[in-house]
Design a protein around this ligand. Structure first.
Ligand code: RIB
Ligand code: CA
Length: 347
C-alpha cells in the first residue's frame, strides 16, 4: 500500500512538473475565441495549470467579461480557477477618442466595449446571472504576486488588450525578467488591421499598454497577430462540425457564432477567426506553426489614423527590449482538429 502511494505521488509530481503554469488574461465576450481558449485549456489539465483568470476591458467591460467567464466555468462545472478583475479602462484610449477617430479617419470595423454601457451586465442568453463575483484582490496585484512566487515559471497568456500586464510592469518593473514567457494574440505586421484599417483590435483598444509590453524585457514574446490568424478562417462547414455536437459548451458556441459574431445562421458565407484560440492551442501543440520570424516591434501611440498599428521598434528608444517571435503560417488541419476535439468533448 505504501509503495503504491509513493508511486502515485511520484506520477503526480512528474505530471505537475510537466505542466505549464499560466495566467489567463482575457476580454471575453459571450464565448468567441476567448471562451474557446478557456475550454481548450481547462480540458488539458495534463499540460497546463491556470493559476488564475484575469479580466481586462476590450470586447466588453470587465464586469460583463467576468460574468461571461463565470458562465463558461459553470457550464464546465468548475468552481476554479480564481478570477480577478483588473483595470476598468484602457490607459489613455476612451470611447470619445474612438468615436472621434471614426469621424476623422473613417468608420471603425469594431469598437468593442467603447460601444457599450459599463454599468449594464447581462446574463448569457437563456441563463440567469451567475451570481459569482471576482475575488477581492485586484488582477494586477495577483499577476505580480503570482510571478514573484514562481520566478521564471509563469507563462502570461494575453488574449485581450495589454492593460493589466502593462500596469503590473509599471508597478513592479523587476517582474519583467521573472515572467517565463508572454504568448499573446495581438497586432498586425504585414496585413491590414481589423479594428481600424491600420490596427488590430487588442493593440488598438490600448496602444499605450501594448507599447509598454513590447518595449519590455520579458524574456520570450510569442505573437499571434492577424498575419497568422487570417490564415485560419472558420467557415460554416467548420462551424457546423462543432455546432452540430450537442453539449452545453457547443450550444453556447452555436448561439454565439451562429446568432452573433459572425452570425453564420443569417450569413452562411461569413467568416470567423480562431484568433485567441491559436495562442491557446500553441501551448498544447506548438508544432502546428510552420513559419515564424523574429523582429523588434512597437506600437503607434500618437493619436492619428495609425493609432494602435504595429511598427518596427526604433531600438534607440528601448535598447533593452527583447524581440518578438512573430508566428506567420500554420497547418490548419492540425490546429483545427485540436480545437474541434477539445470543444466537442462530452464531459
Ligand atoms: O483581433 C482579435 C482580438 O480581438 C481577439 O482577442 C478577439 O477576442 C478580440 O478581442
Ligand atoms: Ca480576446
Amino acid at each position: 500500500m505504501a509503495r503504491l502511494l509513493t508511486l502515485l505521488l511520484l506520477v503526480w509530481a512528474a505530471m505537475a512538473a510537466d505542466r505549464e503554469t499560466i495566467i489567463f488574461d482575457t476580454d471575453s465576450g459571450l464565448f468567441g475565441d476567448d471562451g474557446a481558449s478557456l475550454v481548450m485549456l481547462m480540458r488539458s489539465p495534463q499540460r497546463v495549470n491556470i493559476a488564475g483568470i484575469t479580466v481586462v476591458p476590450g470586447n466588453v467591460w470587465p464586469e460583463q467579461g467576468s460574468e461571461y467567464m463565470f458562465h463558461i466555468l459553470d457550464l464546465l462545472k468548475r468552481p476554479q480557477p480564481p478570477l480577478y478583475a483588473g483595470a476598468q479602462t484602457p490607459l489613455i484610449h476612451s470611447a470619445a477618442m474612438a468615436h472621434e477617430y471614426g469621424r476623422r479617419w473613417g468608420a471603425l470595423e469594431f469598437a468593442g466595449a467603447f460601444d457599450d454601457d459599463p454599468s449594464v451586465v447581462k446574463p448569457a442568453p437563456g441563463a440567469r446571472l451567475t451570481g459569482r463575483k471576482p475575488l477581492h484582490e485586484n488582477a494586477v496585484d495577483f499577476i505580480i504576486s503570482t510571478i514573484e512566487r514562481q520566478p521564471g515559471e509563469v507563462t502570461f497568456l494575453e488574449l485581450g488588450p495589454m492593460t493589466n500586464l502593462a500596469l503590473a510592469l509599471r508597478m513592479r518593473p523587476d517582474i519583467e525578467t521573472k515572467i517565463k514567457r508572454l504568448v499573446f494574440m495581438g497586432g498586425n505586421v504585414h496585413v491590414p488591421g481589423n479594428a481600424s484599417s491600420m490596427a488590430e483590435f487588442n493593440f488598438w483598444f490600448d496602444p499605450e499598454a501594448a507599447q509598454i509590453v513590447l518595449r519590455s524585457r520579458i524574456p520570450q514574446k510569442v505573437m499571434f497577430g492577424l498575419d497568422i490568424c487570417n490564415t485560419a478562417p472558420i467557415k460554416k462547414t467548420q462551424f457546423d462540425r462543432i455546432a452540430n455536437t450537442h453539449t452545453p459548451i457547443t450550444d453556447l458556441y452555436r448561439e454565439d457564432l451562429g446568432n452573433r459574431y459572425p452570425g453564420f445562421f443569417q450569413h452562411p458565407s461569413a467568416t470567423a477567426y480562431m484568433w485567441d484560440s491559436l495562442a491557446a492551442a500553441w501551448l498544447l501543440d506548438p508544432g502546428f506553426v510552420t513559419k515564424s520570424e523574429v523582429g523588434y516591434l512597437d506600437v503607434v501611440t500618437s493619436w492619428s489614423k495609425f493609432y494602435g498599428s504595429t511598427v518596427a521598434l526604433d531600438r534607440r528608444v528601448a535598447p533593452n527590449a527583447t524581440p518578438v517571435n512573430e508566428m506567420l503560417a500554420l497547418d490548419f488541419d492540425r490546429v483545427f482538429a485540436l480545437y474541434q476535439d477539445l470543444l466537442t468533448r462530452k464531459e
